[in-house]
Ligand binder design. Structure first.
Ligand SMILES: NC(=O)c1ccc[n+]([C@@H]2O[C@H](COP(=O)([O-])OP(=O)(O)OC[C@H]3O[C@@H](n4cnc5c(N)ncnc54)[C@H](OP(=O)(O)O)[C@@H]3O)[C@@H](O)[C@H]2O)c1
Length: 290
């Protein structure tokens, strides 16, 4: 359940800065926390780490863009007025007007041409895709499939794989996403509901299941004998890294990465944003503007 509360303005201490948020994204991870919709053993782990009876940090949200409005004097990396983009990781808390972050957390200055709304759409899918894709040694000649390519993670994965130089990236998603996925760089597109996917004879060196829903039989039949399979749906939890955010921003500056926004909501429409999120049909990111 989502409830709106007034709280005191957060104060900064040594090594921190306060950011007035301008845009945030509403992600699949937020929905999982809100509804505790995680696989069996994770429920207990999540309860233990996030709070038994109620959440230690009741404010959801991880990905943000905003402007620095207060800073401690020991900080040489940022200044008041800097436009910044970041990811709070397990701490959460971006469903707020203002947040306090450690200067050495996952926060970077925004490229001048990046808008706040677009910025908010980058960190969640981008950093998650980076984490998983970096587990595989890049071989541009390998045949790669991204299953669930239209989501926040999948759409970033397509772009990252192309930036890594892969020649053949197949994006699997419903047909109405295919034009958009080709525009992001996908070399082939297949609809997972159709025979074109079921009967596709391509054998892949690497399959990235970006929604954790690839039916087991296809993992067996479509992966080469010594192929690599990675899924967001297993027990591997993303460890967010600032260097991954920096790399995404470098690609953005070089014109090699796009922020994709499915829809925009105002903060007062947060419930509607979650209702849309729960349909699991969104394309890339939902952004909430503050
Ligand atoms: N392990 C971790 O640490 C970690 C971190 C981040 C996210 N995740 C997980 O990663 C998953 C994806 O996250 P996300 O933010 O990218 O999700 P998302 O944006 O909400 O995913 C929505 C997309 O999923 C696709 N989809 C839904 N059902 C599908 C199916 N049966 N087969 C193929 N595609 C399907 C939809 O495309 P179509 O319209 O084509 O169906 C839609 O575009 C979530 O389950 C999330 O919890 C895990």
């Amino acid at each position: 359940m989502l409830v709106l509360h007034e709280i005191n303005e957060p104060h900064i201490s040594h090594g921190q800065m306060r950011i007035k948020l301008k845009a945030i994204s509403v992600n699949s991870g937020d929905a999982r926390l809100r509804s505790l919709n995680v696989p069996g053993p994770f429920k207990l782990i999540m309860r233990l780490s996030m709070g038994w009876k109620r959440l230690k940090q009741p404010i959801l949200g991880v990905a943000y863009a905003g402007v620095v409005e207060a800073i401690t004097s020991d900080n040489r990396d940022f200044q008041i007025g800097d436009r910044v983009i970041g990811h709070l990781g397990l701490k959460t808390g971006t469903y707020s007007e203002k947040i306090v972050v450690d200067i050495d957390s996952i926060v970077s200055k925004m490229p001048n041409t990046l808008t706040y709304n677009d910025a908010a759409a980058i960190p969640f899918g981008g950093i998650t895709a980076q984490y998983f894709l970096k587990k595989v040694s890049v071989n541009p000649n390998h045949q790669v499939m991204v299953y669930g390519a239209a989501g926040a993670v999948g759409s970033m994965a397509i772009q990252i794989l192309k930036n890594q130089g892969y020649h053949s990236v197949t994006a699997v998603a419903k047909e109405h996403h295919h034009g958009f996925l080709q525009q992001l760089g996908a070399d082939r597109t297949l609809d997972y509901r159709q025979n074109e996917f079921k009967q596709d004879t391509e054998q892949y060196d690497f399959i990235f299941d970006a929604v954790g829903k690839l039916p087991k039989e296809f993992k067996k039949t479509k992966l080469k004998a010594n192929g690599k399979f990675l899924t967001v749906g297993g027990f591997d939890i993303v460890k967010e890294k600032k260097e991954d955010l920096e790399e995404l921003l470098t690609w953005y500056r070089d014109g090699k990465l796009q922020a994709v926004i499915d829809s925009e909501f105002s903060f007062s429409e947060m419930v509607a944003a979650h209702q849309h999120l729960d349909t699991q049909t969104k394309r890339a990111s939902i952004v909430v503007i503050l």
